[in-house]
Design a protein around this ligand. Structure first.
Ligand code: GLU
Length: 479
């Protein structure tokens, strides 16, 4: 019988999710769902100093917005709970002690002073610090005596000193590490909390995780985890280490720099579906050249063997391209939701009719790539004067322009019913009367009324600006 695929998203609750973290969650979700498997949330809060109030809500909110639903997790526990590591301390302690009994781990009573000295020595010798195994060979009697005396201890993994550990990663292929460079790492800290290095193995095994997908910073420590699986006699999972997502500067995204936070993007009017689509393409590509996919379509076509080894770069411009694509397809109500709050924040809309706002937003649907951009794009509707850049100035030198504008002004003045149709008619009449067409007809009008050479449909723009403003701008001279 085929074992059901189970993957997990295992964030530390730091209250921040940059797009790299989210991309891991997406790949883990796709891996599970493609195989009709389970996708699990596990909260890795063993580093209590990093814990942030409300962070778990934040993780749930983000994943819900992105359509990544969990089959099991702290809020919908299944048969493998608890799903929060700080609630599993007794489990880790039991297994750590079992490992000592089996001879694969040992108690270490070294003081921080001693370890600091070792670290200092390593620094001076310019070698990487590695615990020297000082407590590895304590006798049972010595250990018992120290424990009885209340001396704090950690439990360390006993690494083999010879041989090579090899495993096959689905993305990076064969990884081999010489055992002698593996440190006797701490599994259980003196406060009874496990390290990530221990908890991840215990939990992945007990939770029935079949595919461990996580950042590639764990590629080289995975041999240590495999030794733990072997020591317990457990079956190892399939490893899918994911390439890094770097910022445009080539550096790793980080919380400290506030890099590319999902929530910040969301608040600026990026659509979760577009973000998910773009992130799925960061370090993965389908077999075709298509790029636009819904989450369900991604589930259908996802193949982890197509994950690339090369670090991916988070490119805001590319995200904007995806987002613009999704914005074009939005129904008006949804478009209003991601744009109106930004208009309100930037301008006083109290004198504007609701319909005017709707018309403005619709007019810009094909011209913005994220919600907040509506504010800068529509500034010309909220300013008294327009500014011309050099290109506009240069264009307006054209000889025929004063006549064209004079004729157009006359036709506009005659309009009694201010409709888009009548404005189109005035432009057409100007074409006949002034004997100009194409660029020489539209561009002077556009520049004169909007201060820009590009923009949405001209008659609609003029309509929204209103007769009074347009006539005032037509009559004002910039030269
Ligand atoms: N808690 C780890 C982190 O946030 C997760 C690594 C993993 O997926 O195993 O980096």
């Amino acid at each position: 019988m085929k074992v059901k695929t189970r993957t997990r998203y295992a964030p530390s609750p730091t209250g921040f999710m940059h797009v790299g973290n989210l991309r891991s969650a997406i790949f883990e979700y796709l891996l599970a769902r493609h195989d009709q498997g389970d996708f699990i949330l596990r909260i890795e809060d063993t580093d209590q100093t990093r814990k942030v109030e409300g962070a778990v809500d934040f993780i749930y909110d983000t994943c819900r917005l992105c359509g990544l639903d969990f089959d099991e997790g702290p809020r919908n526990p299944g048969a493998y709970g608890p799903y929060t590591q700080s609630e599993r301390l007794a489990i880790y302690q039991k297994y750590a002690h079992e490992l000592v009994e089996k001879g694969h781990a040992y108690y270490c009573f070294c003081t921080s002073d001693r370890l600091d000295k070792l670290r200092q020595q390593a620094d001076e010798n310019k070698v990487a610090f590695q615990y020297d195994g000082h407590c590895k060979n304590l006798s049972i009697a010595e250990v018992e005596e120290k424990i009885k005396a209340g001396i704090p201890y950690v439990i360390r993994q006993k690494m083999p000193t010879t041989g090579v550990s090899v495993y096959e990663d689905l993305v990076y292929g064969k990884i081999s590490v010489e055992n002698r460079i593996l440190e006797d790492q701490i599994l259980l800290k003196s406060d009874g909390y496990p390290t990530y290095n221990f908890a991840n193995v215990i939990d992945d095994h007990l939770m029935g995780i079949t595919h461990v997908a996580r950042g590639n910073e764990y590629v080289m420590s995975t041999p240590k985890y495999n030794l733990l699986y072997e020591a317990f006699g457990w079956e190892k999972p399939v490893y899918v280490h994911l390439p890094m997502v770097n910022g445009a500067d080539g550096k790793k995204l980080s919380k400290r720099n506030g890099d590319a936070s999902f929530m910040d993007l969301y608040k600026e009017g990026y659509l979760p579906a577009a973000i998910v689509n773009y992130l799925a393409m960061l370090g993965w590509s389908p077999a075709t050249n298509d790029e636009i996919f819904t989450l369900d379509e991604l589930v259908e076509i996802f193949d982890p063997r197509r994950i690339s080894k090369a670090p991916a770069v988070f490119d805001l411009k590319k995200l904007q391209w995806f987002n613009a694509h999704y914005i074009k397809k939005l129904p008006l109500e949804a478009l209003l939701e991601i744009t109106v709050p930004h208009l309100q924040a930037a301008y006083d809309l109290s004198q504007k009719e609701e319909n005017w706002v709707k018309e403005l937003v619709s007019l810009y649907q094909n011209h913005i790539s994220y919600g907040k951009e509506i504010a800068s794009e529509t500034a010309l509707f909220f300013q008294d004067e327009t500014d011309w850049d050099q290109e506009c100035q240069a264009f307006m030198e054209e000889e025929t322009i004063p006549k064209t504008l004079a004729v157009f002004t006359q036709y506009l003045e005659q309009i009694s019913d201010w409709t888009v149709e009548n404005i189109k008619q005035a432009i057409n009449d100007t074409k006949e009367q002034a004997g100009v067409k194409g660029k020489l007809l539209f561009m002077p009008i556009r520049i004169q009324v909007s201060g820009q050479m590009h923009g949405p449909e001209l008659p609609n723009t003029i309509h929204l600006l209103g007769k009074e403003t347009v006539l005032k701008r037509l009559k004002s001279s910039k030269n």
